[in-house]
Write a protein that binds this ligand. Structure first.
Ligand code: GLA
Length: 494
């Protein structure tokens, strides 16, 4: 049977992306939506199809000359149908219904991530450095991971809550083995990943790893597409506690079902594996919509924006993206699942002390993961003190898990607010200006959207200074350039 639905080619997709918002784009989008509505499914059937979609990929590609079922959050479903398709669909639906009957129909329910995850990750600081001859202490290797685990355990990081030690990209060898299993680079990981994870566990830390949904990782190593079950089982066998699942070298339209399928296979292993996804990031930067409710149901953590770089402009750009788009994804954060503005870069080359304070305080306001990427062997004591600041960590880890929002931004001053447990509110004043002189500022309770008549403001880095603020007496503060003041406001009953 020929479909009534024209197949959306890569070319037309690219066109759609490049002219987003233009009349052509709106025309294409509305045609696709109209066509899609013939094929709209919901509820159980949709869930069944989601899993089925990924399971179909290898067979579809092999047998039907590239016919594909495209699904995106924005466009419900449009299908290119042929006779093979119907037979395969029937078989796979039967298989998937059987799996779902055993699994239940609820999304991610792995009990992990009740507060934002904390840990350390190779990427921002050590990248894809594979040159162990020239740079033996800094190349991606078991030596580096063990060194960081040692320091996290010995120097207070683990005790402050940083529990995951995660290898990012570039740990793999170039090929899978003859059974299709992933193989780490033998020179850099001579003891194998299972032994490395045992070492990390012996330090009372948890072990994380990186893979990619596509055919290759971003660094060009074997990806998980068509091997997701094998890889999930391998990770469980190796004692992996955290998976960062990237989205390079894949079709963006396969993300919802692909990420869900990997989550399904991870859960099926029976091991508790924290699931960090890059799904929204790639779609957002391509101008595509994201179904955040579905992302939250599938992942414990999800990246929404570009990679953090070692600079103030990068940190500020991320904060501004969060400020401008709060309404879209803030409400999806909460115990079990979090928006991810990317790694903490304190202790590296790019940030001043004031700027490091900004990143720590803003990541606390944003209920963001505290996943550091730095060299803990060589770190300034001021950076270490900020990373280990229990007051900031307590705000970050607040049990209610409500992500903060931007209240207002004027003349380079941003005011952010986050509701905390015990009727407290964290309020941050961020000064983006570079003009050298601290700003003297004054804000009323109305400016800060605080509705009672009297509040105690406690400075939140040290929890030592208190300021009484009433309807008649505004909050008067001084904020350094590229700096931040953070307070915890608590209503007073006088
Ligand atoms: C992407 C991700 C990064 C990192 C690299 C690895 O860019 O966004 O966080 O994992 O891939 O190649």
């Amino acid at each position: 049977m020929k479909s009534r639905v024209p197949e959306l080619t890569d070319e037309s997709l690219n066109l759609l992306k490049s002219v987003k918002g233009s009349p052509i784009s709106r025309l294409v989008t509305s045609q696709v939506s109209k066509i899609s509505s013939y094929f709209e499914f919901s509820g159980l059937l949709n869930q069944v199809l989601d899993l089925w979609r990924v399971m179909m990929l290898p067979i579809t590609a092999a047998t039907s000359g590239g016919s594909k079922l495209f699904v995106d959050e924005g466009f419900p479903i449009y299908v290119h149908i042929n006779s093979f398709f119907l037979i395969k669909m029937t078989c796979w639906i039967l298989v998937v219904v059987a799996i779902l009957a055993v699994r239940g129909l609820h999304g991610l329910d792995n009990g992990l991530g009740l507060t934002p995850p904390m840990g350390w990750l190779t990427w921002e600081r050590f990248r894809c450095n594979m040159d162990c001859d020239r740079d033996p202490d800094n190349c991606i290797s078991e030596h580096l991971i063990k060194a960081m685990a040692d320091i996290m355990a010995a120097n207070g990081y683990r005790d402050a809550g940083y529990e995951y030690v995660i290898i990012d990209d570039c740990w793999l060898g170039p090929e899978r083995d003859t059974n299709g299993r992933l193989v780490p680079d033998p020179n850099r990981f001579p003891s194998g990943i299972k032994n490395l994870s045992a070492y990390v566990h012996s330090k009372n830390l948890k072990f994380g790893i990186y893979q990619d949904f596509g055919t290759k990782t971003c660094g060009g190593f074997p990806g998980s597409e068509f091997y997701m079950q094998t890889d999930a089982e391998t990770f469980a066998d190796w004692g992996v506690d955290y998976l960062k699942f990237d989205g390079c070298n894949s079709n963006l339209y396969d993300f919802p079902s692909g990420y869900e399928a990997m989550g399904f296979f991870l859960n099926k292993t029976g091991r508790s594996i924290f699931y960090s996804c890059e799904w929204p990031f790639y779609k957002i930067v391509s101008g595509l919509q994201v179904d955040f409710a579905k992302v939250r149901k599938t992942c414990n953590l999800w990246r929404n924006y570009y990679d953090v770089q070692d600079s103030w402009s990068s940190v500020l750009d991320i904060v501004n993206f969060w400020g401008s788009n709060s309404k879209i994804f803030t409400k999806y954060a909460g115990p079990g699942g979090w928006n991810d503005p990317d790694m903490i870069i304190l202790g590296n080359f790019g940030l001043s002390y004031e700027e490091e304070r900004v990143q720590m305080a803003m990541w606390a306001i944003l209920a963001a993961p505290l996943i550091m990427s730095n060299d803990l062997r060589h770190i300034r004591s001021s950076s270490k003190a900020l990373l280990l600041n229990r007051n900031l960590i307590a705000i970050n880890q607040d049990k209610l898990g409500i992500q903060g929002i931007l209240l207002q931004k004027q003349n380079g001053i941003q005011i952010w607010s986050r509701d905390l447990s015990f009727n407290r509110t964290a309020v941050a004043f961020l000064n983006e200006n570079s003009d050298g002189m601290p700003r003297f500022l004054s804000f009323s309770l109305v400016d800060l959207k605080l509705t009672s008549s009297t509040y105690n403001f406690t400075e939140a880095f040290d929890m030592k200074t208190n300021i009484l603020v009433t309807r008649q007496r505004p909050l008067k503060i001084k904020v350094n350039p590229h700096g931040i003041n953070l307070y915890i406001a608590k209503e007073m009953h006088l």
